[in-house]
Write a protein that binds this ligand. Structure first.
Ligand code: ADP
Ligand code: MG
Ligand code: MG
Length: 880
């Protein structure tokens, strides 16, 4: 039988999986010789057993009894003993800290008899004894028996009748105990359990059960904490901060978790217990004030904090209690901190020689860096929050609400800031999204069109704000409480929290972006820290980082941000705008001559785009993907066109009739699985040849370029061979050197990568399509339809479009990489698409031995950092 119970003297900080964070660190502090009230921890394994089997594991109760007896012997008191009671707290504590998510019950062991024993223990302090007793019933009733906490709070408020809690006397609390017992009887039909052992057992089970409380589940999902870890339970002998003004309770940090500045920081409350400090029942005192009140306790606290920081080599937060002038440590952990503080602290500790620069890099994350790169609101104290959606793309945006892409462009051209508000966005909204400061949608998840595009552009986005009733026709939306926002009204959206505000909230720019842009203030402490971390990460990483960029402007930013090439230049954007006309002619062409004319008209335009791109990239590799999307995307909408033709009746233009016929002919049931990618190249004569020629001529014009021609959607080596031969002929004719390779984005391509590598000089994994086709998901349909249900059910912990699915899609990638290399040793392997900028996916790419990741320009610093962290092996998840 496994050991289910560990005395605080038996554990240590590395046993977090088994003892939870709180238990492991209580043990660590005990072993360091710090003053921790004795106790023991029941393991997470016991919790998992309880949750899956519905009962405590065999033998657990005896094991707990043995440890309790030992604790009683050490303390010289028995649990709940009438004349001299031992009291304990029963505290939750999981592997990852989930602040306030689960339950804790203090003062277990009190009943109508032992309350007198407690008073005697504290030299007749009746007030303290009855206060402790009423707290027990209140916490026990609420957390163990599931009684609405407000019933207790209301009774307390009624009793206080406006008095401060310090003015309450023993008799008041004694009356409150009777009231509370009445509440318990009313609500449960039973008396408050007087038996101390029963109290303890019920509390332990309640803590186990609290692992699956709705708010705990929600928190875990948000923080990506696995659902099956379970919580440990700590049984800890009570010390009392509520037995007079020489007692109290507090929380403290060894450094400022908000800014990372050195120097302790904390709050203290006299004559109080447990949660009172954070609950804000009275104004707290600062640690400086504690120094004035009780110098010896303050000095000891400072010494302990220094010990802890040296020992954990990181910022620690602590909970402590003072009982009549004696200091007790009740909790410590490596503390959470803001993104800016994380960078500053990591570099400070490295400069102090406490940790190495390698370790400093593993202690910050790409997500934290991303947060620092977005503008943020200076503070929302006065702002009126009207709704909350999903925090799809971080940042802070302020502007006039507009409800169409055209209107967004129109106002932006006049120099106004706008927020584009839509139910959901589609590719036609792109111009509006670019023109807007931010995007707000009432539908769609974190991987909806709006979210993906906004993240790619580094644009603030709040999506899926379902409380909003958006009326596109009415050019307005209604928020809960009947707040109506019309076109032109100013709103502010916070892409880091999902909050939507009425009116303007002040915004500040990111100094970190200015630094990457090359204009940052290097004296600034945060900028300096980011710079140190980035330089070290760059020195350590093996993965190259490239950018997804289609135009010179993006390419220029990508280079400033440190891109080592372009990993994906999509050519379809070059077919939009004024050129639609030419594309329509191409599609409508009835003869070879007509088609060639259209292609010849397009070629110089394409060539011009490539020239700009090559110039900007100055000899770095540029991977250009030949046309990928289905043709109908370049034609007008079928319904719109039908209406136009119908309205025109007999006078309909011949061109419109032809277009409508083409739209209908090209209509596909499943366009993502239809005529697109390499299939287009094979079906439309001259299309790919035109693109290759444009690339070759541009390369020749610029000189010294490293073009890589990439064929999309290949599933069979024969497809690739056809296009490659055509491309090679043109390259030979123009005398330009370029690699010809393929995307691996169809499962069959991954499965036959060994053959495909015969014809491909490089592979770039297109993991968006590969995910879509491996799961059989149509991304645009399934996310809104059922992903939230899938997340709830735990089918996946995070959308496979956000973070690469290692088990399925990842397996195909590994297989293709291996077989591709077997055929063609040294074949260049990369990844492009959303996953290229996702931290966990980047780690996967490192582990799989790819050569580069490619991501949107704005994500490049994040990818550089994560590639460095991956190389430094960052298995330690304590930085989460
Ligand atoms: P959380 O995980 O929500 O912080 P804790 O288990 O740490 O919950 O307990 C809540 C509060 O009760 C904390 O302020 C803690 O300091 C206090 N507390 C817990 N155990 C004891 C104890 N044995 N003696 C005195 N105070 C305690
Ligand atoms: Mg705590
Ligand atoms: Mg694709």
């Amino acid at each position: 039988m496994p050991k289910y119970v560990y005395d605080f003297t038996e554990g240590n900080k590395d046993l977090k999986d088994l003892l939870g964070g709180k238990g492991a660190n209580l043990a660590e502090m005990t072993n360091l010789g710090l003053p921790v009230p004795p106790g023991f921890t029941i393991t997470t394994e016991a919790c998992r057993h309880f949750l899956t089997e519905g009962r405590l594991p065999d033998g657990l109760e005896e094991e707990v009894s043995r440890h309790l007896s030992a604790l009683e012997a050490k303390m010289g008191r028995r649990l709940g003993q009438a004349d001299d009671p031992l009291l304990v707290s029963v505290r939750s504590g999981a592997r990852f800290s989930m602040p306030g998510m689960m339950e804790t019950v203090l003062n277990i062991g009190l009943n109508d008899e032992s309350v007198h024993g407690l008073a005697k223990q504290s030299s007749g302090n009746e007030r303290f004894a009855w206060d402790s007793y009423r707290r027990l019933i209140q916490m026990f009733g609420k957390t163990v028996q599931g009684i609405d906490g407000e019933l207790f709070d209301d009774a307390l408020e009624a009793l206080k009748a406006g008095r401060d809690d310090l003015d309450l006397e023993a008799a008041d609390f004694q009356r409150l105990v009777e009231t509370y017992k009445g509440i318990v009887r009313d609500q449960t039909g039973e008396d408050f359990p007087a038996d101390p052992h029963r109290q303890m057992r019920m509390a332990v089970e309640a803590v186990f059960r609290s692992w699956n409380a709705p708010r705990a589940i929600l928190y875990r999902r948000q923080e990506r904490i696995p659902a099956d870890l379970g919580t440990a339970v700590n049984v800890c002998s009570m010390v009392f901060g509520n037995c007079g003004m020489d007692s109290g309770t507090g929380v403290a940090f060894t450094r400022d978790p908000g800014t990372g500045h050195q120097g302790v920081y904390g709050d203290y409350l006299q004559n109080a217990q447990g949660e009172d400090v954070v609950a804000g029942i009275r104004n707290t005192l600062s640690l400086q004030e504690l120094e004035r009140i009780d110098k010896p306790v303050y000095d000891e606290l400072m010494q302990i904090m220094a010990t802890l920081e040296n020992h954990y080599r990181d910022l620690c937060d602590i909970e402590f209690t003072v009982e009549r002038g004696k200091l007790w440590m009740l909790q410590t952990r490596v503390g959470k901190r803001t993104a800016g503080a994380a960078f500053r602290i990591a570099v400070q500790l490295a400069e102090q020689g406490m940790i190495s620069m390698d370790e400093a890099v593993t202690r910050v994350t790409g997500d934290q860096l991303a947060q620092l790169m977005f503008p943020r609101f200076a503070g929302d104290a006065d702002a009126k929050k009207i709704a909350k959606g999903m925090n799809a793309s971080p940042g802070a945006a302020v502007g006039k609400a507009v409800f169409s892409s055209e209107r967004a462009v129109e106002l932006a051209d006049r120099g106004e800031n706008v927020i584009l508000v839509r139910r959901e966005t589609n590719p036609d909204d792109l111009a509006g999204m670019i023109a807007a400061q931010g995007v707000l949608t009432s539908r769609g998840g974190k991987t909806s069109h709006a979210a993906v595009v906004a993240r790619g552009m580094g644009k603030t986005c709040v999506c899926g704000a379902e409380e909003l009733e958006v009326s596109i026709q009415g050019r307005s939306f209604t928020a809960p409480g009947g707040v109506v926002v019309n076109e032109g009204d100013v709103i502010s959206i916070d892409g880091s929290t999902g909050a939507v505000y009425l009116g303007e909230v002040p915004v500040v720019d990111s100094q970190v972006v200015e630094y990457f842009e090359g204009s940052g203030d290097h004296e600034d402490e945060l900028v300096r820290a980011v710079d140190r971390v980035m330089r070290h990460a760059d020195g350590m990483r093996r993965l190259e980082v490239r950018a997804n960029a289609d135009n010179a402007e993006d390419a220029a930013r990508a280079r400033r941000f440190g891109a080592q090439g372009i990993g994906l230049c999509r050519t379809e954007h070059m077919f939009l705008g004024d050129r639609r006309q030419l594309v329509e002619e191409l599609i409508l062409a009835e003869t070879d001559a007509e088609r060639e004319r259209a292609l010849e008209a397009l070629r110089p335009l394409q060539q011009g785009d490539f020239v700009e791109l090559f110039r900007e990239m100055k000899g770095l590799p540029v991977t250009i993907r030949l046309l990928d999307p289905p043709l109908h995307e370049f034609l007008p909408d079928c319904t719109d066109l039908s209406v136009k033709v119908a309205l025109a009746g007999d006078r309909a233009e011949e061109k419109d009739l032809k277009l409508l016929a083409a739209v209908k002919r090209l209509h596909e049931q499943n366009p993502m699985l239809g005529l697109r990618g390499v299939r287009l190249g094979l079906v439309i004569p001259g299309l790919f040849a035109m693109q290759v020629r444009a690339i070759a001529e541009a390369a020749k014009a610029v000189g010294g370029t490293r073009a890589e021609i990439m064929i999309p959607l290949v599933a069979a080596v024969q497809e690739l061979e056809n296009v490659r031969d055509e491309a090679r002929a043109i390259l030979a004719e123009t005398g330009v050197e370029a690699l010809v390779g393929t995307m691996i984005e169809v499962p069959r391509a991954a499965l036959t990568a060994g053959q495909i590598a015969e014809a491909a000089e490089f592979f770039s994994f297109g993991t968006n399509d590969l995910t879509q086709m491996t799961w059989g998901f149509s991304r645009d349909d399934v996310e809104a339809a059922f992903f939230s249900r899938y997340l709830e059910l735990g089918v996946f912990g995070v959308s496979p479009f956000e973070s690469l699915d290692r088990d399925g899609v990842g397996r195909l990638v590994r297989l293709a990489a291996e077989e591709g290399r077997r055929t063609r040793p040294g074949i260049k392997l990369g990844i492009c698409g959303e996953h290229g900028g996702d931290p966990d996916s980047i780690h996967f790419c490192h582990e799989t031995g790819l050569d580069y990741v490619s991501c949107s320009p704005f994500r490049i610093p994040v990818a550089r950092l994560e590639a460095g962290r991956a190389a430094l092996v960052c298995a330690d998840s304590d930085t989460r």
